[in-house]
Design a protein around this ligand. Structure first.
Ligand code: ZN
Length: 189
């Protein structure tokens, strides 16, 4: 995982330039602290760039059961890398353990690691599934993300509230319609 720290100075200069480009006066009282605020905001919004899913997924517990584990309605906020605008919604993460499980809060933290980056939803869905396979080595993983993209809904390209749904299946979930069916039943869809 890359260890790129944000260059606060560059971001501040860029935001100031952006304001000027918008025809604004970056020195008017309301905007004076905006470059600094935006730079600090990105530090938080992009904090996942410095993190690996190996952290939340490293503490595992042995289990004998191999029933499906589903953590649903994990709320996430991410940033679209095409427009630098938020997309946000819910992640549903399921896996079938192969002898080990992680604490349920760790699934939410795994989603967070990939959400707090410049992202596209399709890629984020696959990254969560692949990290689960890599660090937890389960029999299979299924990830569904449903999100509203403000770059679409704010601009009237699509109706407000419309959702983009993406799915990634790994291991035994691939090409197993019955298991996928069970996933959507547990999801209540
Ligand atoms: Zn976008």
């Amino acid at each position: 995982m890359s260890q790129n720290k944000l260059d606060q100075k560059k971001i501040k200069e860029a935001v100031r330039l952006l304001l000027e480009g918008m025809g604004e006066d970056p020195d008017r009282p309301g905007l004076l602290d905006t470059p600094d605020r935006v730079a600090r905001m990105y530090e938080e919004l992009l904090s996942g760039m410095n993190q690996s899913a190996g952290e939340p997924l490293s503490r595992v517990f042995p289990v004998e059961s191999s029933g499906m584990v589903l953590e649903k309605d994990i709320v996430f906020y991410s940033t679209c890398e095409h427009h630098l605008l938020p997309f946000y919604g819910k992640a549903h993460v399921a896996y079938i353990p192969d002898g080990k499980v992680v604490g349920l809060s760790k699934l939410a933290r795994t989603v967070e690691v990939f959400a707090r980056r410049l992202q596209i939803q399709e890629q984020m869905t696959g990254q969560i599934a692949d990290a689960m396979m890599e660090f937890l080595a389960p029999k299979g993983v299924m990830v569904v993300l449903e999100a509203e993209h403000t770059c679409m809904t704010m601009r009237g390209v699509k109706k407000p509230g419309s959702k983009t749904v993406t799915m990634a299946a790994r291991g035994v979930f691939q090409e197993n319609a019955a298991l996928q069916e069970q996933f959507f039943q547990m999801l209540g869809r």
